[in-house]
Design a protein around this ligand. Structure first.
Ligand SMILES: [Zn+2]
Length: 59
């Protein structure tokens, strides 16, 4: 299954929302609208587990 991530073009005059394969994280892609090449950042918050509040209550 190919997971896709949604990122926004860093070009302030473009700001297109792009959907790219998850495997391009940390690589360069090209915006299809403005042709800008930019690095895809690894989304740390996307897969981060929620805060273990439930575990903290178990006392
Ligand atoms: Zn763009």
């Amino acid at each position: 299954m190919a997971a896709a991530i949604t990122i926004q073009c860093p070009n302030l005059t473009c700001r297109a929302v792009l959907q790219v394969p998850e495997k391009v994280r940390g690589k360069k892609i090209r915006c299809g609208k403005c042709d800008l090449c930019f690095m895809v950042p690894a989304p740390r918050t996307a897969k981060a587990p929620p805060q273990p509040a439930a575990a903290a209550e178990k006392k």
